[in-house]
Write a protein that binds this ligand. Structure first.
Ligand SMILES: [Zn+2]
Length: 196
């Protein structure tokens, strides 16, 4: 069993990431929360066969995959009811996390803050990969997580639905033929703001 893991890890190291996150403003997030959240996000994408990693400092060059900027900010006006938003129709993929709102929504239960942040990251990265602001009826790509969803995600991650997985793999396969650029799957028809 150990040998299988070594082979898988080696294969992963050779292939590099499908998606690399480059973060700014992350100093406002305690290290243990950010690290736990990014590890959980990595696992959620690994569960659907997508390799996600954070950009490592002091490493020259990076893998061939898609680079997504993630910025953490506070005190952002607008985007009512959102914990983050993304820009699936812009050429430079960017996820914005409204961290003060995540602090507020998890105030009564800080233990689930990392899991909540992971889901916000995964949801917004999902929009960027699929290049659409459309939502799924259930799971991590749902438009509005219920209270039960929020409780559940602390113990078991909300899943991608099969259609989400298919669209993400389709988009990544296309991007590998366009030098890492993702192509829109749905024309922009609504404001760039994202509910979450
Ligand atoms: Zn959304």
């Amino acid at each position: 069993m150990k040998r299988i893991w070594v082979i898988l890890l080696l294969a992963s190291a050779i292939q590099g990431a499908d998606v690399t996150l480059s973060m700014t403003g992350q100093s406002m997030v305690p290290n243990f929360v950010r690290i736990a959240a990014t590890h959980q996000a990595n696992r959620m994408f690994a569960g659907i066969g997508v390799r996600l990693e954070s950009e490592k400092q002091n490493i020259q060059g990076r893998s061939e995959g898609l680079l997504i900027q993630v910025r953490f900010i506070n005190d952002t006006p607008g985007h009512p009811g959102a914990w983050g938003f993304s820009n699936p129709f812009d050429p430079v993929p960017l996820v914005t996390v409204l961290y003060d709102r995540i602090l507020l929504v998890t105030e009564g239960d800080p233990q689930r803050r990392a899991a909540f942040l992971a889901h916000v990251l995964v949801h917004e990265i999902g929009h960027l990969l699929i290049r659409t602001n459309a939502h799924s009826p259930e799971g991590v790509m749902k438009a509005h997580w219920s209270k039960a969803d929020c409780t559940r995600m602390a113990y078991r991650p909300l899943p991608f639905l099969p259609d989400d997985v298919e669209m993400i793999h389709h988009a990544l396969a296309l991007s590998s033929t366009t030098g890492g650029r993702l192509l829109p799957t749905v024309p922009p028809g609504s404001p760039a703001g994202e509910r979450f």
